[in-house]
Unconditional design. Sequence first.
Lengths: 223, 222
Amino acid sequence: MATKPKLYYFNGRGRMETIRWLLATAGVEFEEAEYLETRDQYEKLLKDGALLFQQVPMVEIDEMKLVQTRAILNYIAGKHNLYGKDMKERALIDMYVEGTMDLNEMIMCYPFSSPEEKEKNFALMIQRATNRYFPVYEKVLKDHGQDFLVGNQLSRADVQVLESILMIEEYEPTALSEFPLLQAFKARISNLPTIKKFLQPGSQRRTEPDDRIVETVNKVLQL
Amino acid sequence: MAGKPKLHYTKGRGKMESIRWLLAAAGVEFEEEFVEAKEDLEKLRKDGALLFQQVPMVEIDGMKMVQTRAILSYIAGKHNLYGKDLRERALIDMYVEGTTDLMGMIMALPFQPPEAKEKNFALIIERATTRYFPVYEKVLKDHGQQFLVGNQFSWADVHLLEAILMAEECKPDILSPFPQLQAFKGRISNIPTIKKFLQPGSQRKPPADDKFIAQVKKIFNI
């Protein structure tokens, strides 16, 4: 019998959060190893040879120590039927999630901005969300009129777009005001039982980044 | 009958080069339309050809695909270069993400401020020789096979060769601590489709020069 996947990361969202979302959506129970809080813990992981490229995220799953966010997400999605039914659906899903991952990169890096750059980075992040990414997903939903982004069934694309929407809304609550279909999409996907559970207090979802996590990451990774 | 894939990008390596490598390795003939001025990019955007307003874009099998990884995954899957099962895929994905990170550093170098260049160059060499190449050296040593994954040619092999050659352009003797990688480089370079791509006159692009960097900065407003 397979043991639960075990996640190695900081006590924050960062690059691991999308992985938590996907596991939760698939109804897979997972554990978090001791959260990385000190340089010593990180150096121990390095010395143990647990991190292929000396980096986290790392997920122990099915007897593999998987690293690289996309490799981990691809594996989970493929294993749990969240990656479309053929190559063409995969291609669409891949395009859509790469868009969300570019947006998430901006969201993730924003708290690490230098004081001079913060305002500019915030504005660009919101602008990209509302001018580059959200219009694409709105149009996809409009054009096919289906409940899910790809192939009329739940996929990682739906999960990842929902995740991005919620994170942007934390910074700009009116971000979806021009996107009625995304508003309906948000409600619909949030109500799927496994996702609804993940969105409740007490779940393994991590909270918004704060100064403390920025400090911890900088310290552990010596950035 | 499907037409040849058509690549839309600048006339340089950038993010499109890995796609050129993979198509070439798979023996797929492709066409290119070059973005040479800002107006070319604007036209593509205005025509609605770029899903997220960005290149690379590849017209392939009736789709206008964007996002480098999406395109590479599609090509790899279509041409049997993505392993035989989910576990092999996971290995290939991990290895390719490593070489992507390394090549990303090399690609970014010409666009960095002059003060940072020396430090970043040193970091590239350090990462190549202490973080990335040792991993692939060990993979090959541990299983003793010709290819990185599953005892058959895959996207991971193509991508690693590309990364090795790019790193050697930075430091010609960079592979000297890595005998397995030296042999790997010789072996993979000799695969007929790859050998052809490595010859002058192929669609492989040269490293960026100052003139090209200036052009790219203008086109993309960076």
